[in-house]
Design a protein around this ligand. Structure first.
Ligand code: PGA
Length: 248
């Protein structure tokens, strides 16, 4: 009932010229993909990506946005600007943004609302750091982030949102959560959404796993009942690896 999503988070990698190479290599590999495939290049490569993805089923995502549609916010990019480039998804509250760019639960909530109002699908990232996990606080950290990110949203909007569970200690480290542990936390996220927005809504929300998901471990993670796909960093920069994550 929930369609699988595999989203590639390119982070601060690839010029427009490099994006052209990567997308050109990806297109034939992903032709028969059953999952919804999303690539999230940096802002500066969106125009090129839009051109190359015309007629393709690969969707375009951005890595961040501001919650206001326009104004005096130097260096920021808004939802209408993204939509002009055929962007349909936007990553919100990635742990790197929370850690290095002062993103808070409140800004994540404002951005998620703005994205949904503009017709963009937010991929809202949550996850505990190593200290939190070692202190036994994983569940409370993650549930609290989910609760705050979706606060005040209409049920209809919540069904369209995507949550990515990304334990920070697993991002870019090669350490993946076991499929069982990833499933346990994703199920817990669904329970929190049910508590806040009702079971009918929570059953429709897609929950992804992220954190060193790659060609070797994707299949097992994707088979878990509460994991509806993945947010892929490092492996999304390698066409063959990304296509295995998508198609396996
Ligand atoms: P990774 O990144 O796959 O390189 O661990 C995932 C992410 O940060 O979204």
């Amino acid at each position: 009932m929930r369609k699988m999503i595999i989203a590639g988070n390119w982070k601060m990698n690839n010029t427009a010229a490099e994006a052209r190479e990567l997308i050109t290599a990806l297109k034939p590999l992903l032709k028969g993909a059953k999952a919804e495939v999303v690539v999230c290049p940096p802002f500066t490569a969106l125009a090129e990506a839009k051109k190359l993805l015309r007629g393709s089923r690969i969707r375009l995502g951005a890595q961040n946005m501001h919650d206001m549609p326009s104004g005096a916010y130097t260096g920021e990019v808004s939802a209408p600007m993204l939509k002009e480039h055929n962007v349909s998804y936007v990553i919100i509250g990635h742990s790197e943004r929370r850690q290095y760019f002062a993103e808070t639960d409140a800004s994540v909530n404002a951005k998620a609302k703005a994205a949904l109002n503009a017709g963009l699908v937010p991929i809202i990232c949550v996850g505990e750091d190593l200290d939190g996990r070692e202190a036994g606080k994983t569940d409370s950290i993650v549930c609290n982030q989910v609760h705050l990110a979706l606060a005040g949203l209409e049920n209809d909007a919540v069904t369209k949102a995507v949550i990515a569970y990304e334990p920070i200690w697993a991002i870019g480290t090669g350490k993946t959560a076991t499929a069982e542990e990833a499933e346990r936390v994703c199920a817990l996220i669904r329970k929190q959404i049910a508590k806040d927005h009702g079971r009918a809504v929570s059953n429709r929300v897609r929950i992804l796993y992220g954190g060193s998901m790659n060609a070797r471990n994707a299949k097992e993670l994707k088979q878990m009942p509460n994991i509806d796909g993945g947010l892929i960093g490092g492996a999304s920069l390698k066409p063959m690896d990304f296509s295995i994550v998508v198609n396996d």
